[in-house]
Design a protein around this ligand. Sequence first.
Ligand SMILES: NC(=O)c1ccc[n+]([C@@H]2O[C@H](COP(=O)([O-])OP(=O)(O)OC[C@H]3O[C@@H](n4cnc5c(N)ncnc54)[C@H](O)[C@@H]3O)[C@@H](O)[C@H]2O)c1
Length: 386
Amino acid sequence: MSAPGLPGREATPRPLGVAAIGYAFMGKAHSQAWRNVGAYFDVPAVEQRVLVGRDPESVAEAAARYGWAESATDWREVIARDDVDIVDICAPGWLHAEIAIAALEAGKHVLVEKPLSNTLAESEAMVAAAQDARARGVQSMVGFNYRRVPALAYARQLIADGRLGTVREVRASYLQDWLADSESPMTWRLRKETAGSGALGDIASHAIDQVQYLLGDTVAEASGRLHTFVGRRPGRDGLEDVTVDDAAWAILALSGGAIASVEASRVALGRKNSLRIEVYGSEGSLAFDLERLNELEFLDGTGPVQEQGFRRIVVTEPEHPYLEAWWPQGHVIGWEHTFTHQIRDFLLAIRDGNPPSPSLEDGLQVQRVLAAIEESAAAKSTTVQL
Ligand SMILES: NC(=O)c1ccc[n+]([C@@H]2O[C@H](COP(=O)([O-])OP(=O)(O)OC[C@H]3O[C@@H](n4cnc5c(N)ncnc54)[C@H](O)[C@@H]3O)[C@@H](O)[C@H]2O)c1
């Protein structure tokens, strides 16, 4: 059998076959990216072979709508197929480890949504499987898609180029309000056994990944607090206990000396999907807001003080990361483009035989920070070393 996408092998006549598991929120977002990535970027050809869900009729309808050739209800059968080369895991966290490990062992490249898994032990097992697979030329990546917001990728470049001098402080907050109503019903996201944690794993994970990604550094110490404001919510058979946090707070110390505050909430009334990041250095500062994702605020502290002020950079120039593929300057892009960029980078890594970033090891590192915050929260916010 040919080995599509693997470097050093004979060129294959057929495109890389993709299977996506899960067809709701992330399944829909990823489907769009698989559909359009080849139209905008020079990447290996892909075919949307099969979309997997649980309900045969609904998944068949979604497959037809989102551009998949087929649908299926058993992910084990799908990852065993010879015409599937890539498995894209868009299912909830409790399934990530089982599916990813099986797919990697079957020799399939794996893209898995964040957070990497629900427990540290599962994440460690996933990393071991990823390392074995990597030695066989099989790649894997975790879906921290905000790394692919051009303004944030550019912010990382500015920091790496030293334009901020020594980074001292980061403020990162990720606030939503879809649980602000106490009558909002139970979902898998509100049970520890299915979600692992609440706002912490769901959205603080993105903020923590950004802190580490932007600074090119890792968290060494964490102190945290978790809180559940609405302890019981309507379930199928009456009120059910919520077993995860509604909101999370953490102070993180990075190995290089910077300190970050991270705040995440799903009950911050009025905030829909507000990821804000501020980075303060000795020579410059940056500010970003996902609700204005084409913009980056930059303060250059090296000029005359009377001329200093945050300048608004419209990050839509072809010189900015990813933007050359899209529209003329000023013709803004949106949230969904981050998934196309993510798949572009994943496909190029497969083509070139380079480990993609963020790796499953990066996902595990975020998981360690989440676990440290939970440990600290359970011990009255004492500082936990990683
Ligand atoms: N990167 C982001 O911005 C982002 C945003 C939202 C969610 N996520 C992550 O994506 C993942 C999925 O979240 P979501 O919001 O799409 O969830 P969702 O509830 O909208 O969808 C889950 C999907 O998984 C499918 N599924 C569940 N069990 C299955 C099984 N046994 N076999 C096959 N399919 C199964 C369901 O049918 C559904 O289609 C989670 O890890 C979540 O944290 C990431």
